[in-house]
Design a protein around this ligand. Sequence first.
Ligand code: BG6
Ligand code: MG
Length: 227
Amino acid sequence: MNEIKGLVFDLDGVITDTAERHYLAWKRIADRLGIAIDREWNERLKGISRTESLELILAEKPDCLLDAEEKEQLLKEKNAHYLELIAEITAADILPGISDLLEEAKSGGYRMAIASASKNAPLILERLGLSTVFDAVVDPETLTYNKPHPEIFERAAQALGLETQACIGFEDSLAGIEGIKRAGMPAVAIGIPVFAEWLPDIEVAATKDLKLEEIVRKVTMKERVEG
Ligand code: BG6
Ligand code: MG
């Protein structure tokens, strides 16, 4: 049985509510292209890279054929709008319960990493005042594969000097849960309405419901039962 020694967190929608801001930035682009997206549809964009997100949106309107330059322009615009939306974020935007969880984890000696697909992650962590809290932040630009591939979670565990089985992954996206599970890590799902093939080990409705001690206990018990 593996003792849990590390915690691997997604950023957008787990540490802070930037998931909503990504949605609003994409919605502005989609509206302009005459493509209707809503929050329910947006669930599929969570955890997905910027480029892949645009492709998923464009796939909703097959007659909207754009060349590489036009796509590049839209990606730039989306990010510019997203940067406007996160310009004002501060530590007050850390999601409920997360600061306490991080503090408890630090004093409990857990090693912690960020596994986010966002190229803006370091900037956001800085604005939230969390830059020094994590022992590692995986740079998505160094990855070969995006979520739902397990690579980002494997790399996070590696950066912490731990086996994936000795870490717990926290995610608010289906792609992320799949990646965590495929990496062989126990998974905690936060506020995900439906599940597909890959099931998390623990589900909570919101970050305020995350109780570290209870999560570690449940995951450890589950492992003991399942061997
Ligand atoms: C993920 C978000 O964390 O990062 C996605 O869930 C987002 O919605 C992706 O598209 C990429 O983010 P960025 O900041 O590099 O555009
Ligand atoms: Mg997320």
